[in-house]
Design a protein around this ligand. Sequence first.
Ligand SMILES: *[C@@H]1O[C@H](CO)[C@@H](O)[C@H](O)[C@H]1NC(C)=O
Ligand SMILES: *[C@@H]1O[C@H](CO)[C@@H](O)[C@H](O)[C@H]1NC(C)=O
Ligand SMILES: *[C@@H]1O[C@H](CO)[C@@H](O)[C@H](O)[C@H]1NC(C)=O
Length: 421
Amino acid sequence: MAKTYHPRRSHFIMKLLCGFTVLLTAAVAYYVYIPLPRRLSEPWKLLVVAAAFRGVTQVVNITHSLGLGHHIHIINHAVTIFESLIPVDFEGVQSHDAEFHSVPVRVYEPTQMNQVTLRRAVVFFHGGGWSLGFPKLGSYDLLCRKMAAELNAVVVTVDYHMAPDVRFPVQYEDCLQATRHFLRPEVLAHYSVEPQRVAVCGDSAGGNLAAAVAQQIGKDNSTAGTLKLQVLIYPVLQALDFNTASYQQNLNVPILYRELMVHYWLEYLGADPNLIHSLLLNNHTAQDQILADPHRTKLDWMTLLPKHMRKNYKPVIPAVGTPSILKDVPALLDSRAAPLLAEEEVLSMAARAYIMTCEHDVLRDDGTMYGLRLQQAGVSVTLQHYEDCFHGCVSFAFWPLYFSVGIRAVEDYIAWLQENL
Ligand SMILES: *[C@@H]1O[C@H](CO)[C@@H](O)[C@H](O)[C@H]1NC(C)=O
Ligand SMILES: *[C@@H]1O[C@H](CO)[C@@H](O)[C@H](O)[C@H]1NC(C)=O
Ligand SMILES: *[C@@H]1O[C@H](CO)[C@@H](O)[C@H](O)[C@H]1NC(C)=O
């Protein structure tokens, strides 16, 4: 027996389903869509990533307000879950966890050991606003394995302590002490590393730590260890001007929004989170503050940036600000936190540099200005700028979530290390 067929009713259900799908699509599109600069690589992928970040942030905001934990700890749980989904099957590299001067590290070594020649080495500091990220999981783990395999080098990733559990200068000290430990002659010998061929490398906040460590090791002539190169991937280098041309241009470009960057700074320095409103206005470095003056030329982007980057943006220097901020948060003026503020003499002793910047990144000008200041100090600098890139692209270079520009950026800096380390 054929079932009774109700053309009317099934028609109605179809319509209902169609309507529902259209509504759902519209709702998702509304949630996902935000205007993006035209020249960004794979913009729809970035929109989905940004929406996922927004979703996580909203959940975190709710759980945080319910008192279920510090928001950074909750985000790190989400990051762990995501990073654990990334399969790490990589041939030819072995790793072990260790402690260098009581700092947890993971050491990657190519399994094909050539006993005759000594190897090169890279000490890596991961990004994540000095508070997020897991170097031993997912994309960072893969990145280090890739470096070790392709460079046939020993790679040390430093699992430094993070905010809010610790504040500046602990993150910096962890990275410095771990690097110094690795540079000791007996440790280099243990890993068959050639002492003159060690680089530091880091992305974002890791680039900040790499720049600061390179300055300190460069000027410290009491130890035997030296660094040959520093690779700074979209580094964050200063907290005195949150209205550089790139901060103004990219304040709402995912995934590193301007407010988020200021928030990370305040967390790192252990400062009052409410200062965010003042810092966004550059109230901390207003004209009436003599304290900031010796530093102003070091980040004067009207002279340190090429015209095509400045565009028509104007410096934001309020006439009257909040002078107490620099006294309450002295680390804002500390070059160990803000390497762009170092004196030229210190810069002149730092290792040769590769600095990667993205056009669609609030930190573009931090990196660009630092490149020029290093060059002025006589240091050889390779500036690699990507017109179609956003902040964080290097963390998206592996299956399942990758951007072609992320893969390109990783390949480019590894190729530079291949040639120069
Ligand atoms: C989360 O909370 C912060 C601070 O209250 C707010 O600025 C931000 O917009 C919120 N984010 C989302 C996605 O709701
Ligand atoms: C180390 O450098 C400082 C200044 O850069 C210099 O005064 C000192 O003599 C140097 N010491 C050694 C042992 O080279
Ligand atoms: C910035 O400084 C001005 C002048 O002191 C002050 O009136 C204003 O309230 C400050 N803004 C913030 C957000 O603190």
